[in-house]
Write a protein that binds this ligand. Structure first.
Ligand SMILES: Cc1cc2nc3c(=O)[nH]c(=O)nc-3n(C[C@H](O)[C@H](O)[C@H](O)COP(=O)(O)OP(=O)(O)OC[C@H]3O[C@@H](n4cnc5c(N)ncnc54)[C@H](O)[C@@H]3O)c2cc1C
Length: 263
């Protein structure tokens, strides 16, 4: 797993998305970026591990998508090595996912899809308002949940050409995926379907899923302190929200302690 802007210039990606021509030096920089992406994907294929490429801000995601699809074309046969990330809080993201799969079918490669709800909502909304373009984020949580769950259904229905990693701490979405696996008569440890949670979060989901025989991944943040800190702050913000995961986890721990005291 890696964040594209760890090895690519945000500014240049933004320029490409806006259709601004790059000068020779910038073009050389982008070519070097492509080589870095390729080196990582090639090493993953050789080591037989999957590569999850994260998604960040919508305003430079298009050129990243193109880069990732070129890698899929090269490395995702006979199975998915490279996974793109689809943020389901974004307007039209299910259609993007469908287009990606259709392209994979046409060109003959498997599509690796990591689904997430998306972690940059406030920033996206503020920027859209400041610059005067349409909010790229769905109007409310219900719409995001709906699109996320529809995307899970789509991936499992198209599992002959897709591989799925569901990155979520949402109990309902995790439960839905277990139901879809059963409904489509797939085995719980089908190598094409993974559940993923962040290290230190939602262990009750990860451990129970793993115990029940599903494939589970824990994401461990790693990197230079100045780039990892904003990531940790975003998680802390998510966790301290009233409806957040920590309050839910604390509630479950308290309940379990009470149960043990009674026995
Ligand atoms: C393994 C893993 C990998 C991840 N990788 C990425 C990544 O590459 N890129 C990335 O952006 N994030 C990533 N995330 C974070 C993810 O996008 C979410 O922020 C986080 O998981 C919370 O969503 P949830 O599904 O777990 O739970 P929930 O608590 O059910 O959902 C919270 C999410 O719902 C959405 N939401 C909340 N309120 C609203 C609203 N008013 N309108 C619209 N939508 C709303 C937001 O996306 C919010 O984060 C990753 C998470 C995991 C577990």
């Amino acid at each position: 797993m890696f964040k594209p802007t760890g090895i690519a210039s945000k500014k240049l990606l933004e320029k490409i998305q806006l259709g601004i021509a790059l000068d020779a030096k910038e073009q050389a920089h982008i070519e070097a970026t492509k080589r870095r992406f390729d080196t990582i994907a090639k090493a993953c294929q050789e080591k037989n591990v999957q590569l999850y490429i994260d998604s960040e801000d919508s305003f430079y995601q298009d050129p990243i998508d193109e880069l990732v699809y070129a890698l899929m074309e090269k490395y995702n046969t006979p199975k998915a090595v490279v996974f793109n990330t689809y943020q389901m809080y974004r307007v039209g993201m299910l259609d993007n996912l469908k287009r990606a799969n259709e392209r994979g079918r046409t060109l003959g490669y498997h599509v690796g899809a990591k689904l997430v709800r998306g972690a940059y909502m406030e920033k996206e909304r503020e920027r859209a308002e400041e610059k005067g373009y349409n909010d790229p984020i769905l109007p409310d949580k219900e719409h995001t949940d709906q699109q996320y769950n529809d995307a899970l259904r789509y991936c499992v229905e198209n599992i002959d050409n897709m591989e799925l990693c569901s990155g979520s701490h949402n109990e309902q979405s995790n439960y839905l995926l277990t139901e879809l696996i059963a409904h489509h008569q797939l085995s719980r440890d089908d190598k094409r379907i993974y559940f993923a949670q962040l290290y230190g979060m939602s262990d009750h989901i990860s451990f129970n899923l793993a115990h029940a025989g599903y494939n589970v991944v824990k994401y461990v943040p790693y990197g230079p302190i100045e780039t990892v800190m904003p990531y940790l702050f975003r998680r802390a913000e998510e966790n301290t929200s009233i409806a957040g995961q920590s309050s839910r986890e604390l509630e479950l721990i308290t309940k379990e302690l009470k149960r043990r005291r009674r026995n």
